[in-house]
Design a protein around this ligand. Sequence first.
Ligand code: UDP
Ligand code: MG
Length: 320
Amino acid sequence: MENDIKYSVVVPVYNEEEVITESYQRLKKVMDSINESYEIIFVNDGCRDKTPEIAADICKQDKNIKLINFSRNFGHQIAISAGMDYARGQAVVVIDADLQDPPELIPEMIKKWKEGYDVVYAKRTKRKGESIFKKVTAALFYRFLRNMTSVNIPADVGDFRLIDRKVCDIMKRIREKNRFIRGLVSWSGFKQTAVEYIREERFAGETKYPLKKMIQFAFDGITSFSYKPLKIATSLGIFCSLGGFIYLFVVLFQALILKMTWPGWASSISITLIFNGITLIILGIIGEYIGRIYDESKNRPLYVIRTFVNFKDIGEEKDR
Ligand code: UDP
Ligand code: MG
């Protein structure tokens, strides 16, 4: 592959017909102002609206724009991975399509990159126009994640970042299925730094991360970097049996010394419920890990591509 491209911008899109034109224009303006060669790769993550048509139109008029069409929805993190797989730039920028991450920050990231940093992530100092619920859960999640894992994953940082070619090459070698890209980038251990920004409101449309996907994502983040949740079983077990043991003495004391008799139904039921609950939670956690082992063991490709647009040296159909 010839390499004449300095910057690649990877933009995952899922049903973004209301924003894609605007985000293309804003990105183009910023990238043009840098005066170096670039490509913008839209990854259509199985959109079911007009996004792919609009993107294909843009590609027709502007050869710097490329489009990867997935055969169906594979998810945000997988879409980013595909973009990285096909990006050719010396530096790769990942940005959301909805303009919550301002493209105008890219020149600043590039400046840091030129100073010698391999990973420049964008840290949100504020989030605009998102519900209190999302803000609180996000803040809790990032802190929880930091405590659970041994990898230095910065808090309040999304996937909006610039990575150097060598980091991108490492990402391409990681083929795990339930991926948490920002963690993997930190895991790779290259020199990282931050630029700060205020997270804007979505330009239009609505979030593609409903609660269910957010929980899934949180599980991916934690389970792929830590097996501490599995250890909960041990500590809870020790804690509970200790409690039970102490309670046994109380019961014996009441029965033998105080000669107290009591119905006992309520206490047995509550203890049964508590312990069964704990057992089920632990089983669930183990199930999460087993599910992930199962996913990896199947060895299926990460995604399936239906078509490429404006990729000169790639044929029409390919997957990996
Ligand atoms: N996205 C995607 N596939 C999905 C969900 C989202 O490619 O299954 C894209 C979406 O189009 C957007 C980015 O990922 O460009 C972030 O999604 P969103 O803005 O909905 O997430 P939020 O900012 O609310 O966390
Ligand atoms: Mg968004």
